[in-house]
Design a binder for this molecule. Structure first.
Ligand code: G6P
Ligand code: MG
Length: 217
């Protein structure tokens, strides 16, 4: 029996993927990496330093940047990203998700957040969603980021549930891999070709309802 839900945040609860894109695109320009839709997709769910490494690898410039230079670029990206998200309001909750959270709450499901973002507590607060979640997993507390199962395993743990009792919701291929690896049921939101490993697929957040999920599981 399903007793809880673990949510990714960027691209699932919050319309913030576009802000990550703006800020990373500028860093890509700065290091000389051509921005492509494939590169953009590959960054979803990947932590900050991991994303920067992917951008450098795509441009073949990894050799040119040592650890200090990388940390400076990551800080620069986050400074711009923080500026972009400073104006977030509950209007930036993705379509259908507030209603879905209300449905789950009314039905007595437990909920946690499994985001790779160190900005997650701030964003959840800006969106006015803090009270829905028993816990926001601190990505710094897990040994490895998505696609490793650790963060979704922790998201079940903080709810006091077994992985088999949890549904994980994600918009990234790395995140679906993390959910599946943790032994939870995976719901993918977005392009079905990108998220083909998900147990249940939805085209957009607006399609996600408890009834639709129950019909599929
Ligand atoms: C999420 C996003 C990624 C982002 C990561 C780290 O997983 O999908 O695009 O790189 O969080 O975010 P942060 O806010 O810590 O830089
Ligand atoms: Mg996401």
């Amino acid at each position: 029996t399903i007793k809880g839900f673990a949510f990714d945040m960027d691209g699932v609860l919050a319309d913030t993927a576009k802000f990550h894109t703006i800020a990373w695109h500028q860093i890509a320009d700065e290091v000389g990496t051509t921005w492509t839709p494939e590169l953009e997709e590959s960054l979803k769910g990947i932590d900050r330093m991991g994303s920067l490494a992917l951008i450098m690898d795509a441009g073949g410039v990894a050799d040119k940047y040592d650890q200090t230079a990388r940390e400076n670029l990551a800080t620069k990206k986050n400074t711009q990203y923080r500026e972009l998200i400073s104006t977030l309001t509950p209007d930036d909750i993705l379509p259908g998700m507030q209603k879905f959270l209300d449905e789950l709450k009314a039905a007595g499901y437990q909920m946690s957040v499994a985001s790779a973002s160190k900005n997650a507590p701030f964003i959840i607060e800006r969106l006015g969603l803090t009270d829905y979640f028993k816990s926001v997993v601190d990505p710094a507390s897990v040994t490895a980021g998505k696609p490793d199962p650790a963060i979704f395993a922790a998201a079940a743990d903080v709810l006091g549930l077994q992985p088999s009792e949890v549904i994980g919701i994600e918009d990234s291929a790395a995140g679906i891999q993390s959910i599946n690896g943790a032994g939870e049921t995976s719901v993918g939101i977005g392009d079905k070709d990108v998220l083909k490993a998900a147990n249940i697929n939805f085209g957009s957040t607006a399609d996600v309802t408890l009834a639709a999920i129950e019909a599929a599981w």
